[in-house]
Design a protein around this ligand. Structure first.
Ligand SMILES: Cc1cc2nc3c(=O)[nH]c(=O)nc-3n(C[C@H](O)[C@H](O)[C@H](O)COP(=O)(O)O)c2cc1C
Length: 314
């Protein structure tokens, strides 16, 4: 059986992100995959307007799509992307995080929110895996939110991340070609992707470096101090990406590690069950607003002060 693998990049033409992606995809092709690749810079993608008409329709049991579906290339790409067994994303780091060309594309995925659409029976569940490559001119220090930013965009379309590469210190165009180790690691990502797609979905696991990042659940390298959540759940320390909760523990050799507590994966955003908890939150928070005519009237009245106030613009 031929597996479908897609590569999506957002870097310079023939630049580092494209080259590393192609190296990974060539390995997939070698192993028999049917490969597609695009650079988002070749497409027209409009920013999400924030209208939320997609999720409002979902809450009424309908799949309305996006109001911009006919206006740009997002749907054309998604029709192919969602029909893949695996997708590798390779994105340059700008200002510590993924370049906006990619983020604009990713933030338009709300109308494809798989857990919503599956829960209303609008789509069938499909298991997909993903590999992530962040490419920057600097070390980890100047790419502190790069992979984590990419990871955060994987939930909406239910992509299980099985491998990640932080490609560091490649500022020049195609400079990655001077780093044999990095090129080999990109090829290995292709190998990992093929191994993952050939593994039954319920047995798929992380194939990147075992000790990558702080979080033993999603391998992000970013933790935040916890705060009491909407339903009272509190963890002293949380993984910024997957939401795993626990605390820092010092090991005998004096190193610190993040240990997830017993109920710490209750809201694990990498799983459908964990994300369903967020749907509960949305229903709870919005229910207290949209469902209350008095509150709505009060907001309408108070809003006029701001609607009527205008400053000079540019
Ligand atoms: C606007 C801009 C911001 C950047 N910010 C960062 C940064 O915060 N950290 C970093 O490591 N590299 C940064 N870089 C360097 C790029 O990530 C680097 O050149 C990378 O190789 C670009 O990938 P590409 O060759 O695929 O286009 C920045 C580059 C640009 C153009």
């Amino acid at each position: 059986m031929s597996y479908k693998v897609m590569g999506i990049t957002a870097g310079r033409k023939n630049g580092n992100s494209e080259i590393l992606l192609k190296e990974a995809l060539m390995e997939c092709e070698k192993q028999g995959a049917d490969v597609t690749m695009i650079n988002l810079r070749d497409y027209h993608i409009i920013d999400c307007t924030g209208c939320t008409s997609c999720t409002k329709a979902m809450s009424e049991g309908k799949n309305a799509g996006c109001v911009l579906d006919e206006k740009d290339d997002k749907k054309k790409i998604m029709d192919v992307m969602l029909n893949q067994d695996a997708v590798i994303f390779s994105v340059p780091t700008y200002d510590l995080m993924p370049a906006s060309v990619y983020l604009t594309f990713a933030h338009r995925s709300l109308s494809y929110e798989t857990s919503f659409l599956e829960s209303i029976g609008a789509i069938e569940h499909r298991d997909r895996v993903a590999g992530l490559i962040s490419v920057g001119g600097s070390t980890r220090a100047w790419q502190s939110m790069a992979l984590e930013g990419l990871q955060a965009t994987m939930f909406t379309t239910d992509m299980k991340v099985v491998d990640m590469i932080l490609a560091t210190r490649v500022p020049g165009n195609a400079q990655c070609l001077l780093n044999d180790e990095l090129m080999e690691r990109a090829r290995q990502m292709g190998e990992h992707i093929m191994e993952a797609v050939r593994t039954p979905a319920e047995e798929r696991k992380w194939l990147g470096e075992e000790d990558m990042g702080w979080c033993p659940n999603c391998h992000s390298n970013a933790l935040v101090l916890g705060e009491k959540q909407w339903d009272g759940v509190y963890y002293p320390v949380e993984c910024q990406v997957c939401g795993a909760g626990g605390n820092l523990v010092q090991t005998e050799d004096g190193k610190w590690k993040f240990v997830i507590q017993e109920d710490g994966l209750l809201k694990d955003r990498t799983t459908v069950a964990g994300r369903a908890k967020h749907l509960e939150e949305i229903a709870h928070t919005q229910g207290g607003f949209f469902g209350d005519p008095e509150k709505l009237a009060l907001v309408r009245e108070r809003k006029m002060k701001y609607v009527n106030k205008q400053f000079k613009t540019v």
